[in-house]
Design a protein around this ligand. Structure first.
Ligand SMILES: *[C@@H]1O[C@H](CO)[C@@H](O)[C@H](O)[C@H]1NC(C)=O
Ligand SMILES: *[C@@H]1O[C@H](CO)[C@@H](O)[C@H](O)[C@H]1NC(C)=O
Ligand SMILES: *[C@@H]1O[C@H](CO)[C@@H](O)[C@H](O)[C@H]1NC(C)=O
Ligand SMILES: *[C@@H]1O[C@H](CO)[C@@H](O)[C@H](O)[C@H]1NC(C)=O
Ligand SMILES: *[C@@H]1O[C@H](CO)[C@@H](O)[C@H](O)[C@H]1NC(C)=O
Ligand SMILES: *[C@@H]1O[C@H](CO)[C@@H](O)[C@H](O)[C@H]1NC(C)=O
Length: 456
């Protein structure tokens, strides 16, 4: 039997952990259980990478948020039950109601890295982040949210979520791309202006195309139309029963990898022009040279790269010797694909950490900026401009600031009043003194007068 095997990719996501700030009883109950509320992040919404959100939680009304949410208490986060409508719809309702984070409770007790909320195709442009937690954790939160409260302030659930990134001196960015998908080019077009901004910074790029290998078994002919090198490097058929094949995609992937060796900027220019001019896989081979020329790529060098990458090998099937070529570039791609843990395409991995949320040029740029230990100058405006003051600790600082300001004003006023009083008192006392002196003077003269009178 022949097994057409798509080599399993490691899909384990790093699970995030929600931090419970209060109430104390909930923290204790969590500690007695597993300790953490684990979550996965949806692949839509703008994730505020590098930043943190904290806030209070409430239950959605209606519970499933399939219609507009009726916000009762003014909280930052909202807990929503899974089911009856798409995740995107729920999160959009949460956003419309003014929440900063939607927490969706799964209908299964467990949550693991292989399950996350997916875009139904309408999630583009959603602003707020959303996370997915297990049913058991959701029920625990619900229990506390429903408890009658004697002191609303202290018994409210207060959560903290950290969208931490790995920070380095230089940032490694991996783009996993699907040659035949419009979304890949949409992202690249969006990213191009940001690439220009980061051009002189320490950002290195890796590109990755999803390839798979056919595992050979000796007694069935292999259908090689989606592969090169007798099943060693294959790509998904881009049009099903149409005339385009996976092989055309693999060949184009190899070409693009060779172009990439001439520099990311040339590759990016090629990719953008490629989408405009080569719409179907059967055109790739014939339209690629023209585009290479247009964007200033050395075609000969690319062809040489394609040839140089290969080494001939042979293998036997049914007493028949077959020859195939081993391509270093493609071999590396296979290995990378199997280890990188890309979840969906286009997929972004920055400093070895999976980027989640909506893949847009601006979002990826911001994530790269936050992934620097010290963000470079070209990031500065954007980081400042885009920071969302959602963290309630910043509200706290604001409050403290206002209090200090008010106190300063108060003391200044007090000081003014005080100094005026003093002045007045001084004036009065000096007036009194003058008066006294005058009186004394008069008295003196009077007495003098008297004396003189007496003397006279
Ligand atoms: C929203 O909630 C308030 C208070 O609970 C209620 O009076 C009102 O009818 C609700 N509105 C909708 C549309 O459910
Ligand atoms: C993760 O959860 C899904 C569905 O709940 C399940 O099918 C899958 O086997 C789980 N994976 C692991 C590694 O536990
Ligand atoms: C990136 O940083 C690491 C350690 O901080 C260093 O070893 C590496 O050489 C740097 N790479 C580049 C391209 O600057
Ligand atoms: C690439 O995109 C095409 C078109 O959207 C799709 O049919 C194909 O399954 C995608 N390939 C992979 C590996 O996701
Ligand atoms: C690619 O398309 C653009 C616009 O559609 C056109 O200006 C350009 O000449 C085309 N390039 C090639 C090589 O066909
Ligand atoms: C082909 O292989 C079969 C067994 O797999 C063997 O019996 C036969 O002799 C082989 N023929 C040749 C020409 O090598």
């Amino acid at each position: 039997m022949l097994i057409f095997g798509i080599i399993l990719i490691s899909v384990e996501l790093t699970l995030g952990k929600l931090v419970v700030i209060g109430p104390q009883e909930l923290k204790q109950e969590l500690d007695q259980r597993s300790g953490d509320i684990k979550y996965t992040i949806a692949n839509f919404g703008n994730i505020p990478w590098g930043r943190r959100l904290s806030g209070t939680l409430e239950i959605a009304d209606p519970l499933d948020a399939c219609t507009e949410i009726n916000q009762t208490v003014k909280s930052h986060f909202v807990l929503i039950k899974r089911g009856d409508c798409s995740f995107v719809k729920k999160v959009r309702h949460a956003q419309n109601a003014g929440y900063q984070l939607a927490i969706v409770e799964n209908n299964k007790d467990e949550i693991n890295g292989t399950v996350t909320m997916f875009d139904d195709g309408t999630g583009y442009g959603l602003q707020i982040p959303s996370i997915f937690i297990s049913k058991s954790d959701g029920e625990l939160l619900t229990k506390y949210l429903r408890m009658p409260k004697t002191n609303f302030e202290t018994e409210q659930i207060q959560l903290l979520i950290k969208f931490d990134v790995r920070q380095r001196d230089n940032v490694t960015t991996l783009f996993a791309l699907n040659i035949t998908s419009e979304e890949t080019y949409k992202f690249l077009r969006e990213y191009q202006p940001y690439y220009q901004k980061l051009k002189d910074e320490k950002v290195s790029y890796i590109i990755l195309y999803p390839l798979y290998q056919i595992i050979k078994t000796p007694d069935k002919p292999i259908e090689y139309q989606n592969c090169i090198s007798y099943g060693k490097y294959c790509a998904r058929d881009p049009d099903g029963s149409g005339i385009a094949t996976g092989r055309m995609v693999v060949e184009e992937a190899l070409r693009q990898l060779c172009i990439f060796q001439q520099g990311f900027d040339k590759w990016l220019a090629y990719m953008i022009s490629f989408r405009d001019n080569c719409t179907s896989a059967q055109q790739y081979e014939s339209c690629s040279p023209g585009i290479q020329e247009e964007v200033g790529i050395n075609y000969q060098k690319v062809e040489k790269c394609i040839r140089d990458q290969s080494e001939s090998h042979s293998f036997l099937i049914k007493n028949e010797t077959n020859y195939y070529k081993h391509h270093n570039l493609l071999e590396n791609q296979l290995t990378l694909w199997n280890t990188a843990g890309v979840q969906y395409l286009p997929g972004i991995i920055i400093n070895q950490q999976d980027y989640q949320g909506q893949v847009t040029g601006a979002n990826v740029f911001l994530d790269i900026c936050y992934s620097f230990l010290i963000p470079p100058a070209s990031c500065a405006n954007y980081i400042d401009g885009q920071i969302q003051q959602q963290d309630s600790s910043s509200n706290l600082y604001l409050t403290i600031g206002i209090i200090i300001f008010v106190m300063i004003i108060f003391f200044m006023l007090l000081f003014c009043v005080y100094t005026r009083l003093i002045q007045k008192e001084f004036k009065e006392s000096s007036k009194a003194q003058v008066n006294e002196m005058v009186t004394q003077y008069i008295q003196f003269y009077e007495s003098k007068d008297k004396k003189s009178k007496e003397a006279i």
